[in-house]
Design a binder for this molecule. Structure first.
Ligand code: 4GS
Length: 246
């Protein structure tokens, strides 16, 4: 997948692009991440990219010219058939979920448009944007962190990006539930012991315990998730048991 990011602050993406699992995916050529500085497309002699809002009010607005020319530049490098999907990161967008991330991970190319401080002239949005995506109901200073959140979330769903030890097979199995608690060595730390079942070597019992912990975590912390979770009849009886012991 090719990811093209239009931003006034390309430097914010430098460590993101080269670190951890995203960095490894770039190195393995499973994805590419290219940033494009919107300011660089300004035809203004001072490389001005924003201006005061018509009608007055606080803040600045990104002008349609540099934003549109940035889009035209990126589009010019693709054939008509493989035009990237354009996403504008904005609180007005569809709220990001694992389901949306799964859908977007199937695209071959994405352009992510980031605003910063200010808004973007609506004409540029109307002309180029296919979908608005929000990472949650709160206000940030820019769309750069949302673009990184979206990229991170999508990239780990691309086949080959995660190693077998980071596998998402298990994750999809527990679809829609919170994770169970994890423990590593030592077996006793400062007087606190790891739950005995995890040291038993009984894989069936371990799996059952973990499922129970996932259900318990979800019931206590995010009961709203249980409505959409994929639950077996065994899960439902475990839940009944958990609810009774509250
Ligand atoms: C979000 C968000 C956001 C809104 C950008 C105010 C600067 C800011 N973008 N999900 N202008 N939440 N954007 O807060 O995507």
């Amino acid at each position: 997948m090719k990811i093209e990011i239009l931003t006034l602050f390309p430097e914010m993406f430098e460590t993101f692009k080269s670190s951890s699992i995203v960095g490894r995916a770039v190195e393995k050529k499973l994805i590419s991440i290219q940033t494009h500085n919107i300011r660089g497309f300004s035809d203004n002699k001072h490389k001005q990219a924003d201006d005061y809002p018509y009608g007055g009010g606080a803040g600045m607005v990104l002008m349609p010219q540099p934003v549109s020319d940035a889009f035209r530049y990126v589009f010019s490098r693709y054939s008509e058939e493989q035009k990237p999907m354009v996403i504008y990161l904005s609180p007005q967008g569809k709220v990001l979920t694992q389901k949306l991330a799964r859908q977007l991970s199937k695209e071959t190319a994405l352009i992510l448009l980031c605003g910063h401080y200010e808004g973007i002239d609506q004409r540029a949005i109307d002309r180029f944007v296919d979908m608005e995506v929000s990472i949650g109901d709160y206000v940030l200073t820019g769309g750069e962190l949302p673009a990184m959140v979206l990229t991170d979330c999508i990239v780990r769903l691309i086949p080959g990006v995660l190693g077998s030890s980071e596998s998402i097979v298990e994750e999809s199995h527990s679809a829609g539930l919170l994770e169970y608690p994890q423990y590593t060595r030592p077996a006793v730390y400062d007087g606190d012991a790891v739950p005995e079942v995890l040291l038993s070597g009984n894989h069936k019992e371990i799996e059952k315990w973990r499922r129970m912990q996932s259900l318990k975590n979800t019931l206590q912390k995010r009961p709203d998730l249980l409505d959409k979770a994929v639950l077996t009849t065994e899960d439902l009886s475990m839940l009944k048991e958990l609810k009774n012991s509250l």
